[in-house]
Ligand binder design. Sequence first.
Ligand code: GMT
Length: 441
Amino acid sequence: MPGWWSGGSGSGQRWRGSGPRVLWARLQRVGETTTRTERRTKPDVKIAISCHPTYGGSGAVATELGLELAERGHEIHFISYAQPFRLDRFRERVYFHEVEMDQYPLFEHPHYALALAVTLHEVASHYDLDLIHAHYAIPHATSAWLASQMRNGQAGPRIITTLHGTDITLTGQHPSFHTITRFSIQHSHGLTAVSRFLREETERSFGIEEGRIQVIPNFIDTERYRRDREPCHRATLAPDGQKIIMHISNFRPVKRVEDVVRVFARIQEEMPARLIFVGDGPDRPRAQQRAEELGVEEDVVFLGKHSSVEELLACSDLFLLTSESESFGLAALEAMACGSPVVATRVGGIPEVVVDGETGILADLGDTDGMGEAALSILGDDGRWEEMSRAGRAVAVERFSADGVVPVYERFYRDVLEARPRVEARVDPGDSHPVTSPEGP
Ligand code: GMT
């Protein structure tokens, strides 16, 4: 029966006569014991990745995942309104499709979700995609579902949604988005969350049945994020040999950047230090104002947005993350990989990344005195700093390296493509094609 689920009967050439079983076998080979050279010669899986392209963890992870998958032989189509910020140069098997939107005065608000659905539909048909991987539920998972409906019962790619954070804990909770977020999650064929915390939160807030969401943690290229890389800008950032305290974020209220300044002011009472802010966002002026009020503004540097934060993290002595909620805390992981101990709040998925007492210290939300003391206890003791620095690097390499995590995504893709779909045939009024209703694997 033709349908959204029935991958083997699609109209694209590569699918004709092959069927999903051949594809699973290919994925199995690609995901298992192949070497890099072997991988390059293997047939690929064609995947669209839609993500928020601007500075932020979900876009960074989506882009790195796409690039790693392309390295492993898959064909990757990034689809977004702008080029993802880490997609900075030509790579084999990587395409970028910009979502075009017409500005028409009647449309006071741009209809991005619709335009994205159209682009997904076009790219899926043209390139005969196997999968759409939506990063961040709204609007990506919603647009992917819309694109699937536009095929009118013809076979098409399966949808995988990776939940990242505020799509579940903040924006998805808002009454104007809750129902559509739940719907889009329910109608994805595969679901992943970046931490156990986020999986549980999704199950609880959206009534998603246990067992549907697989936790696949974020990952990093541990060769790129390392302490011994050059150039390290220590002499520029801290010309008088001060300790370098770093924070990287998009400066939204959830990050509580004023708390970062408060913790820094406590550190500065005891030792010469400089606070390096990387990134930008709505709360930057508040951070600046707080620095002036606390009299530390001369040692607070706002570098703005940077696409190669690894160069900066390589000379961080301590990374601060004071968030109110954080599903994972990618920046903390990047810091750990660069051998920087982390002082952070004990919220959300942070304890799954920062090992309290080993790779950093966790404190209660808003306890800036406690975080200040914690920071001083690390910075004031070279032996302890060394130990935490080494432990952070080891945890990053052992648990969160691209080489360990990307194959988990490949296996997940295989499982989703392999799953026998629960197909409920129905006849769409006004259309004689049978249409299937994906309700998840
Ligand atoms: O959910 C967000 O705030 C946006 C997102 C982003 O694009 O930066 O951040 C989330 O996803 C990251 C990547 O998975 C996680 O590392 C962040 O912890 C998470 N942010 C929050 O939960 C606040």
